[in-house]
Design a protein around this ligand. Structure first.
Ligand code: PEP
Ligand code: MN
Length: 347
């Protein structure tokens, strides 16, 4: 932290700050310039947070120089991390494809969607059993029955499961089925939930809050990390802007910015960003182009019958095309596509 003193500050003002910082267990280094004095504080920011430094006589400004997040910061961990989900890597060397239904509706629908995902080359299955819906009248998910369906589909396909948890009380239950826990945009700053998912020993995918700055997103990740869990994947899923043509606005700059500030992998959800099937492929190209470490998409065998987010769900042919882009594009950027090879056509 740096304190900039006003030009009229007196020696007594400066001494009072040095003494106050000392009593809080920190060190203060005074640097006297021609017109102003600057005081550099050394110690943990938390030590100084209860001091009313701004209110001290002669203080013009107080600036933080280190990041407010430590464990997820790249400053303290320059090497970018790889998170493994049921053995599948998500990290800087690969571009992983996660696909599946927005919501688990029936065993048949989930299995069909998972088979579509697997056939296209996805290596992880997504699917919501607990759906955080904007309307209380909309389908809320099957709960534990949905988790059981996902577990059966994992057995049938071998795809590890990514699924959302919306309530801190359900974390242990969801973690007993899931390979990765998802925290959605509406819960991205639900600190009790973040602490609970940080304590349960499963990898976590943390979506960006639709109104959250990148710094707020990283501080949310810090809540998970602080509980001892560094297996966190950040997911950019679009933010709220004035634009209404799309469901959300995909913030492509957030990918390289977050990767520069944090060592955690960053993936993109082009389905929830655009909210429209026709935008999923172009947004996927954009995401890979800016360096996303993975893509998570909604697929459905019959989107017109979907109980949740049908308009953005990919159908078979779209998904095959998307997987093809995911095989061809990353190698041009020096990365490996972690998409299973296209099956050989049978004659
Ligand atoms: C989802 O992935 O199913 C979902 C609800 O996403 P988001 O939290 O980004 O809206
Ligand atoms: Mn959805």
């Amino acid at each position: 932290m740096v304190i900039i003193m006003a030009s009229h500050a007196t020696k007594e003002d400066v001494d009072a700050i040095v003494t106050l910082v000392g009593t809080a267990g920190g060190d203060a280094f005074v640097s006297r310039g021609v017109s102003r004095t600057i005081i550099g504080l050394v110690g943990d920011v938390a030590q100084f947070s209860s001091l009313n430094l701004r209110g001290m006589a002669g203080v013009a400004d107080v600036m933080r120089v280190s990041t407010p997040y430590k464990l997820v910061s790249r400053e303290n961990h320059p090497q970018r991390s790889t998170v493994r989900v049921g053995g599948v890597p998500i990290g800087p060397d690969t571009v992983t494809l996660i696909a599946g239904p927005c919501a688990v509706e029936t065993p048949q629908q989930t299995l069909e969607a998972a088979e579509m995902a697997k056939a296209a080359g996805a290596t992880l299955l997504r699917g919501g059993a607990y759906k955080p819906r904007t309307s209380p009248y909309a389908f809320q998910g099957l709960g534990e029955d949905g988790l059981r369906i996902l577990a059966d589909v994992r057995t049938a396909t071998g795809l590890p499961i990514v699924t959302e948890v919306v309530d801190a009380h359900d974390v242990e239950l969801v973690a007993s089925y899931a390979d990765m826990l998802q925290v959605g945009t509406r819960n991205a700053q639900n600190f009790a939930l973040l602490q609970a998912v940080g304590s349960v020993g499963k990898p976590v995918m943390l979506k960006r809050g639709m109104n959250a700055t990148i710094e707020e997103w990283l501080m949310a990740a810090e809540y998970i990390a602080q509980r001892g869990n560094l297996d966190i994947v950040l997911c950019e899923r679009g933010i709220r802007t004035f634009e209404t043509a799309t469901r959300n606005t995909l913030d492509v700059s957030a990918v390289p910015v977050a990767q520069r500030l944090s060592h955690l992998p960053v993936i993109v959800d082009p389905s929830h960003s655009g909210g429209r099937r026709d935008l999923v492929l172009p947004l996927t190209r954009a995401a890979i182009g800016v360096g996303a470490d993975g893509i998570i998409v909604d697929v459905h065998p019959h989107p017109e019958q979907a109980l949740c987010d049908g308009p953005q769900a990919l159908v078979d042919g779209d998904l095959v095309e998307l997987a093809r882009v995911m095989r061809q594009f990353p190698p041009l950027l020096g990365r490996t596509a972690a998409v299973a090879p296209e099956p050989l056509a049978t004659i």
